[in-house]
Design a binder for this molecule. Structure first.
Ligand code: PLP
Length: 380
């Protein structure tokens, strides 16, 4: 059930802001994929009864392995583990996150977490009692992590590509970070939910992690790429020696995900490998150009993530308040996301920006951007 609008909801977390947008035709709030199916994807949806009949006849393990192989290979993750128990299929990446967090909390007290990032990550980590230490995104990209920080935590958590900035940890950065984590016996955890959108995030992360000798966890997510009405999988992937009770906690929560969903993901991955992924990249770039084209000449406005290829775009509103602009925009029935909650340790840093979702029809992105332009010009 989605809560109705109220003052308390307006003051809540990012997902509560996203609930408010769910029934609007101009929902530019959540990062889930809501554009139309492509011709190739529509054929796969028509194929679902056949995929169902085939999935019923096959061992789940086989269906799962085929889906994993297709998805990981699509995104360049050739060294992903194939052995038993190393890739746990979850209903969503948040469920994978919850399992990871509960497992970590049974062995650890403190975690360094990238700042800013999507707020359900800190919320889940805090929910299991972990102490969170902010790891500034700029500092992460600037060079080695501080030894004092690494000695004070048992895990470092990085979202790459990050949400909302789209920033990707490059291969050299991941290699050095993994080495540092190995030296300090700190678990390195990555959330790669937005990986599919950016070819810079398609280098083989598992090869780098394996070579480093660190203990690692990766949360992969099929849920942001394709408009599949919330049918998705979060994969919880770990190193052989991770030393966390991931499989035990997993078994507290679920038996497995639907083989129908897994079969659909395998087919969507094949379609993407045959050209669909390049089409998606062009589609998102086109929507980003629409936003920048419509808003580009609004005074005192900036796009702070010029290199981002993620399916979201941040807009820096200058001295205007993100919450005030969000409120004015919602009166036009257009919903974006104010950014203060992404800055989970210091919300003030996000007080003057909005995030616009790009996995939408180009006409919604254009209509939403035009309404935002009107609101911003009226506020001068
Ligand atoms: C980086 C990141 N990880 C995980 C999630 C959670 O995804 P889901 O709602 O599909 O569980 C989100 C949601 O937008 C996200 O941005």
């Amino acid at each position: 059930m989605v809560p109705t609008q109220s003052e308390s909801v307006v003051a809540g977390n990012l997902t509560q802001f996203e609930y408010l947008a769910l029934n609007s035709s101009l929902n530019l709030a959540d990062g889930h994929a809501r554009q139309e199916l492509t011709a190739g994807q529509s054929l796969i949806v028509e194929e679902l009864p056949r995929l169902w009949a085939a999935a019923v006849k096959r061992p789940v393990e086989e269906v799962e392995r085929d889906a994993q192989r297709a998805y990981f290979e699509l995104l360049g993750q050739h060294s992903h583990p194939a052995d038993e128990g190393r890739v746990l299929s979850c209903y969503s990446s948040s469920v994978a996150m919850e399992i990871f967090a509960r497992s970590l909390a049974s062995r650890a007290q403190s975690i360094a977490l990238i700042h800013p990032t999507f707020d359900n990550i800190p919320d889940i980590l805090r929910g299991v009692g972990l102490r969170l230490v902010p790891l500034d995104e700029e500092a992460l990209h600037a060079g080695d992590l501080d030894d004092v920080l690494l000695r004070s935590v048992q895990c470092v958590f990085v979202t790459t590509p990050n949400n909302p900035t789209g920033r990707v940890l490059p291969e050299s950065g991941l290699r050095r970070l993994a080495q540092q984590c190995a030296e300090h016996d700190v678990v390195l955890t990555l959330d790669t939910s937005f990986r599919g959108f950016d070819p810079d995030a398609h280098y083989d992360h598992y090869a780098v992690l394996n070579a480093s000798g660190c203990r690692w966890v990766v949360i992969e997510d099929t849920g942001k790429l394709w408009p599949t009405l919330e049918l998705k999988v979060g994969w919880l992937v770990s190193s052989a020696d991770v030393g966390l009770p991931l499989a035990e906690i997993y078994s507290d929560i679920l038996l497995g995900v639907s083989p129908l969903v897994l079969s659909m993901i395998e087919r969507l991955s094949q379609d993407a490998a045959a050209g669909g992924l390049a089409d998606l990249h062009r589609f998102i770039a086109g929507n980003r150009a629409i936003v920048r084209g419509i808003l580009g000449d609004v005074p005192d406005l900036r796009f702070p993530d010029p290199a981002s290829r993620a399916s979201v775009e941040r807009v820096d509103l200058g001295d205007r308040s993100g919450l005030a602009v969000w409120t004015a925009l919602s009166k036009h029935n257009v919903f974006a996301l104010p950014c203060h909650k992404f800055h989970w340790a210091d919300p003030g840093q996000g007080d003057h920006s909005l995030r616009i979702a790009l996995s939408r029809t180009p006409s919604s992105v254009a209509a939403g951007s035009k309404a935002l332009r009107t609101v911003l010009l009226d506020s001068r």
